[in-house]
Design a protein around this ligand. Structure first.
Ligand code: NAD
Length: 294
């Protein structure tokens, strides 16, 4: 069914996602504070709106892809709650803190609206090619309504649970990824320091019990395993700064839940030092550079 979709936040991720919605035949009314981003969306088949309020007016669905919780809250509170008529479904695809996601869903319900959190796995390439994975937190009704919209932008749409469960799945997954990347990098560093050829180590570990995604799909060493950001001098991919954001969200959630996450905390510390050393723009697998033997 062709729907009118308001899309707010047309950055690295949102730009490609909005373009895919338009390419699948939806009428997309796009808005971003950046005029450049808005122009790119217009060229990709979206209608450019002059404000968030204008974008959401009369929309069936409102998708947000914004930096953090405060941005989503301000768009919802300033442009949607009490203003958007016709009961639009709210889908927030940004990675934000679990508490804000839950609070916004409850606030939406108070306005008679259904809101789901639907953060994504997959980076800019997956956003552009429409192959993201969405993890959805919300009611069965919210999930059922969001699914066909999300399917236009992704390859998998999974109902994680109630409000906030999508964000929970996202930060737990990325905490695991952050720690496993460091563990993989340090195993390669040690193997090399002990004189073992990294390709030979890859051949062995990738079919042994140390096997993991950070090694076999995204190896932090150039020239080893399938092509990865390491082969492009760690340009592109998933930036250290974004990994750090997710590790901080995980730490905040862990504290509130009284959960013990020592590996997540250590990973955050290591990425923090790397970002402070000016490397926040590199792909997160560049953390191997921080582990070079002294
Ligand atoms: P980005 O900074 O490239 O884009 C965010 C966009 O939001 C910008 O264009 C900015 O102008 C716009 N914006 C900010 N406040 C706004 C407002 N009030 N109204 C309208 N527009 C506003 O960020 P991104 O890389 O696209 O990431 C977006 C979200 O997706 C983040 O939560 C991020 O953590 C998450 N994410 C990113 C990646 C990735 O690889 N980049 C992967 C998975 C998840």
């Amino acid at each position: 069914m062709r729907m009118t979709v308001a899309f707010i936040g047309l950055g690295n991720m949102g730009g490609g996602m909005a373009a895919n919605l338009a390419a699948k035949g939806h009428f997309v009314r796009a808005f971003d504070l950046s005029a450049d981003a808005l122009e790119k969306a217009r060229l990709a088949g979206c209608a450019a709106a002059g404000s968030a309020e204008q974008a959401v007016s009369g929309a069936h669905v409102i998708v947000t892809m914004l930096p953090a919780g405060q941005h989503v809250a301000s768009v919802y509170r300033d442009a949607v709650f009490g203003k958007a008529a016709a009961g639009p479904l709210l889908i927030d695809c940004s990675t934000i803190d679990v508490g804000t996601a839950k609070a916004l869903a409850a606030e939406a319900a108070g306005h008679g609206l259904v809101a789901v959190d639907a953060p994504v796995s997959g980076g800019i390439a997956a956003a552009n090619s429409g192959t993201l994975t969405f993890m959805v937190g919300g009611t069965d009704e919210g999930y059922a309504r969001a699914k066909p919209v999300l399917e236009a932008m992704g390859k998998a749409v999974i109902h994680a649970g109630a409000s906030g469960a999508g964000q929970t799945a996202k930060i737990c997954n990325n905490m695991l990824l952050g720690a496993s990347m460091i563990a993989t990098a340090e195993a390669f560093v040690l193997a090399q320091a002990l004189g073992l050829d990294p390709q030979r180590f890859y051949d062995i570990a990738s079919v042994s019990s140390g096997q993991n995604w950070s090694m076999t799909s995204y190896c932090p060493l150039p020239g080893v395993g399938p092509e990865s950001p390491a082969d492009r001098d760690y340009q592109g991919g998933f930036a250290v700064a974004l990994m750090l954001k997710d590790l901080r969200l995980a730490a905040e959630a862990a504290e509130l839940a009284h959960a013990q996450t020592p590996m997540g905390a250590k990973a955050r510390e290591i990425y923090e030092a790397f970002a402070e050393a000016g490397q926040g723009g590199l792909d997160f697998s560049a953390i191997v550079k921080a582990l070079e033997p002294r």
